[in-house]
Design a protein around this ligand. Structure first.
Ligand code: IMP
Ligand code: MG
Length: 178
């Protein structure tokens, strides 16, 4: 199958929005330390940019959950592949996600992390596909709402490719357009 990339959100747009979100998070949390919990692998560029835009004390840790296992459709189950290293009890935690699609991953993560008694728990996702939602869930910070189409770049992959793109692109199938 052949594909082409169509830019949906430019690197410049992303940087502006990321710094706005960093300012909102800091305003909401106040002066205390913020723990950014990055959902691997897709959220790592967002984490790196968000962490550097955040003023004050910031810690970060990583968690890996899988509902997709490399394919293009959700498998309907969520599995923890890697848990975070340090204790989040009593801490202000922000889950950093690349995209909220069905909402399954974040619903599951929120429930799990709440049992670990953080002082507060919020979610920041660079992208959201509201039309794909089957699990309604609160998301405090959304970078961009996008149509229900498959996107890559800025951490998001198609079979581990395209994560390195500094922008978000639609992966358009061109094989039938001869
Ligand atoms: P959810 O559990 O259905 O909300 O799916 C969330 C996860 O699915 C994200 O963290 C991504 O890893 C993956 N995902 C959802 N939509 C896309 C997409 O358009 N491109 C690449 N990965 C996606
Ligand atoms: Mg993800």
């Amino acid at each position: 199958m052949s594909h082409k990339l169509e830019t949906l959100i430019s690197a410049e747009q992303i940087q502006i929005r990321v710094s706005e979100i960093a300012a909102e998070i800091r305003k909401d949390v106040g002066d205390e330390t913020i723990v950014l919990l990055c959902v691997l692998k897709g959220a790592f560029p967002f984490l790196a940019d968000l962490a550097r835009e955040l003023k004050g004390n910031v810690m970060f840790d990583f968690i890996q959950v899988s509902s997709w296992d490399g394919g293009r459709e959700t498998t309907g189950t969520v599995r923890i592949k890697k848990d975070h290293d340090f204790d989040i009890k009593g801490k202000h935690v922000v889950i950093v996600e690349d995209i909220i699609d069905s909402g399954l991953t974040i619903t599951h993560l929120r429930q799990l992390l709440l049992t670990r008694e953080p002082k507060s728990l919020r979610v920041a996702s660079l992208l959201s596909k509201p039309d794909a939602r089957t699990h309604e869930t609160e998301v405090e910070y959304i970078g961009f709402e996008i149509p229900n189409k498959f996107v890559v770049g800025y951490g998001l992959d198609d079979k581990e490719m395209y994560r390195n793109l500094p922008y978000v692109a639609l992966l358009v199938d061109t094989s039938s357009a001869e």
